[in-house]
Write a protein that binds this ligand. Structure first.
Ligand SMILES: [Fe+2]
Length: 161
């Protein structure tokens, strides 16, 4: 059966698939936002003999997270939807929880590992949905993030020994 015009959005994807993907991307965005602020907290609060290396490494991570936050939000817009833009929504939706007053170097790194694991799992789900919907733009973004963050996990686990 032929689809009516309204079933196809401006970038040629089925509207129902784009709606579903935009919802999943908003969940991903919420997790990125909470994780971003957690990593800023580790950057500020970490103490101990690894202070200088971890302080700098956490800045590298949160700077990259901020770039991806903007890219995920703009992908939602590209799909024809509105990105969530209130912390109250992020806190309600995010699986990653706010993490306060963590100062031990290894504790901070373990929490960063857990955060990236959540992001990777969500992105794998999005990659699969996007592939089924022939949404190459969302799929390639998700697969780039997964590859980069898997490498980060290898390095963080190597750091933890
Ligand atoms: Fe700083």
């Amino acid at each position: 059966m032929a689809h009516q015009d309204s079933d196809i959005n401006t970038i040629g994807l089925q509207t129902s698939s784009a709606n579903h993907l935009a919802d999943k991307l908003n969940t991903l965005l919420a997790n990125y936002q909470i994780f971003y602020m957690n990593v800023r907290g580790y950057h500020w609060n970490v103490k101990g003999p690894q202070f200088f290396e971890l302080h700098a490494k956490f800045e590298e991570f949160y700077t990259d997270l901020l770039t991806k936050i903007d890219e995920v939000a703009e992908r939602i817009l590209t799909l024809g939807h509105q990105p969530l833009h209130a912390y109250s929504d992020y806190g309600r939706i995010s699986t990653i929880e706010e993490d306060k007053n963590v100062a031990g170097g290894e504790d901070c790194v373990r929490s960063v590992v857990k955060g990236y694991q959540v992001l990777i799992e969500l992105q794998r789900e999005i990659l699969s949905l996007a592939s089924d919907a022939d949404d190459e733009g969302t799929a390639s973004q998700a697969s780039d993030y997964i590859r980069e963050q898997e490498k980060t996990l290898w390095m963080l686990n190597a750091y933890l020994g």
